[in-house]
Write a protein that binds this ligand. Structure first.
Ligand SMILES: C[S@@+](CC[C@H](N)C(=O)[O-])C[C@H]1O[C@@H](n2cnc3c(N)ncnc32)[C@H](O)[C@@H]1O
Length: 161
């Protein structure tokens, strides 16, 4: 799994504290994070769903394939974006979109417009694969979550106003 314990702890806390309705992970690789985030469906006493998106199905662990909601496809493909939008918008709030494929900058550009007020967008590898200039446009519609935990986890996050 590509996440630090700090990032996992942060997201598990967020899901429980805010009763997150949907957690979307863009780029799941083997599915280490997917296994944890989808498993929350079994324990949440509110309507919570996980959705993972991966372009290369051969990478995904069989148990994740069997148990998690997945979309196999390119997260920049219009049909995939619409399917994710449909998944998020037919469920409650807030939704979390976690950008973790190879092109975080492009992901935040494509996925910010599907956020509703109160939804979150995060990107992994802040400081290396996504830089301040890549996220500057988000300040127009979102508030930045300036938390030490997030920065230490190399994650940057925003919440739509
Ligand atoms: C850094 S890994 C994800 C790690 C995972 N989030 C975790 O925490 O275990 C990036 C993944 O994104 C996938 N990917 C790359 N481009 C993609 C695209 N356009 N659409 C969907 N997935 C993509 C890659 O195949 C790879 O498995």
């Amino acid at each position: 799994m590509a996440q630090s314990y700090l990032a996992l702890g942060y997201f598990l806390d967020l899901i429980g504290r805010l009763k997150v309705a949907t957690f979307v992970e863009l780029g799941i690789h083997v599915g280490g994070m997917a296994a944890i985030m989808s498993n929350c469906e079994r324990f949440a006493d509110w309507d919570y769903s996980y959705l993972g998106v991966e372009i290369n199905p051969g990478l995904i662990h069989l148990k994740v394939k069997k148990h998690a909601h997945l979309i196999i496809g390119d997260c920049f493909d219009k049909e995939v974006v619409n399917a994710i939008k449909g998944f998020v918008h037919t469920r409650g709030s807030p939704a979390v979109i976690y950008c973790d494929n190879g092109e975080k900058r492009k992901e935040v550009i494509i996925y910010e417009p599907i956020l509703r007020s109160g939804d979150f967008i995060y990107a992994h590898d802040y400081g290396t694969e996504i830089l301040d200039e890549d996220i500057a446009f988000l300040y127009e519609t979102c508030d930045r979550l300036d938390l030490t935990d997030l920065i230490e986890a190399k994650v940057v996050g925003f919440r739509k106003r």
